[in-house]
Design a protein around this ligand. Structure first.
Ligand code: SF4
Length: 360
């Protein structure tokens, strides 16, 4: 039996794939890889349901002292500096709430003048006015920034934010490879700090998600190294509800001359992630960065969630490449992929098995 035949057998029997084996998967034929990933998806999530959530990203400021080279959102890149007032933030959450939305992602730049009180104040006011809204908000980098600016231990910051209403924190991992981070985001936290923050969140009983932004000059081995960090933290904590890979969008960033990753590359990343991350139940199709049609294909190659029907988002839009979509398109897209669309909550529990009724 060849090495590839042995690996196929291991994948189809549900065995754990090593980093060295995972690296070889990038050379497989796309359809063969997609078939293997779809089988692994069935082992971990046999139902053909594909969930999505009604949410809104509220990018409260783009003033950011990190000024990452891969970011078009911060005020030194494509957009003018802005900062939303608390009433403006509440108005945006109110619009989502009126539409029946359930989750808000507050995300912003690392503002040099903000301390814990600013962030805790936003959470408290939202929860006071909209107690049913789930706050899946901030990022590990924002948490580290708050701790530094407030001269407080990270665990204290997390505790205070949780008490103010923070329900969970998106993983926002970028690429967990310090060689690449040193080039594209030298002022942001490194890999080990990211892992440490995840452990702190876990100690407070908080859930997260893990993401991967690829296509920034990394090797396939480095992509697998990122996945290995995620799998290791998940083995230890079980805190990741989902994994979301997306390609770097170079438009209007300092890395603008870099060629964007291809669609084939995206589908391979989804499939390899599904096979390697045997301990993560949901893999999201990244329609916002990859477009709806590619996201639909990803549903046949390991992905089993569509993430949020976003009513607003500025970070990806700033690169000039973001996609916009509504609930009707999501439902059609999922059905046309031969799957069953379901509306879910932040914990991936189904809250509506016939979400199309909400459109009438
Ligand atoms: S990616 Fe985040 S931390 Fe980096 S410049 Fe953009 S907003 Fe700031």
């Amino acid at each position: 039996m060849t090495g590839k035949e042995k690996l196929r057998k291991k994948i189809f029997s549900g065995g754990r794939v090593s980093p060295a084996e995972a690296e070889t998967l990038f050379s497989w034929d796309l359809l063969e890889l997609g078939e293997a990933a779809d089988l692994r998806r069935r082992l971990i999530h046999p139902a053909d349901t594909v969930g999505f959530i009604l949410d809104r990203i509220v990018n409260y400021t783009n003033i950011c002292e990190a000024a990452c080279g891969f970011c078009a959102f911060h005020s030194g890149a494509a957009l003018k500096p802005y900062e939303l007032s608390l009433p403006e933030i509440l108005a945006k959450v109110g619009e989502l709430s009126a539409l029946g939305g359930t989750q808000v992602m507050l995300q912003g730049g690392l503002h040099p003048g903000h301390q814990l009180g600013t962030y805790a104040g936003m959470l408290r006011e939202i929860k006071k006015n909209f107690p049913a809204i789930y706050l899946h908000s901030f990022s590990p980098s924002e948490l580290a920034h708050i701790a530094v600016k407030s001269s407080l231990p990270l665990d204290t910051v997390i505790k205070e934010l949780q008490e103010a209403g923070l329900d969970s924190v998106p993983g926002a991992a970028d690429l967990l490879v310090d060689r690449i981070r040193a080039k594209v985001s030298p002022r942001k936290i490194g890999k080990d700090a990211w892992v440490g923050i995840m452990r702190s969140l876990h100690r407070r009983g908080m859930k997260s998600s893990a993401t991967m932004t690829y296509g920034m000059g990394e090797t396939e081995k480095e992509r697998i190294a990122h996945l290995a960090v995620v799998r290791g933290v998940q083995d230890e904590t079980g805190m990741f509800r989902a994994f979301i890979p997306w390609s770097f969008s170079p438009g209007r960033t300092k890395l603008e001359r870099m060629a964007p990753a291809t669609g084939i590359d995206y589908l391979k990343v989804v499939a390899v992630s599904r096979i390697f991350l045997d301990n993560v139940r949901y893999i999201q199709a990244g329609w916002l960065t990859e477009g709806l049609k590619l996201a639909q294909l990803a549903l046949a190659m390991g992905a089993n969630d569509m993430g949020g029907v976003l009513t607003e988002e500025k970070v990806v839009q700033a690169t000039g490449s973001g996609t916009k979509a509504g609930m009707a398109e999501f439902i059609d897209l999922i059905k046309n992929a031969g799957k069953i669309p379901v509306l879910r909550d932040s914990d991936y529990r189904i809250i509506d098995r016939r979400p199309g009724r909400r459109l009438k």
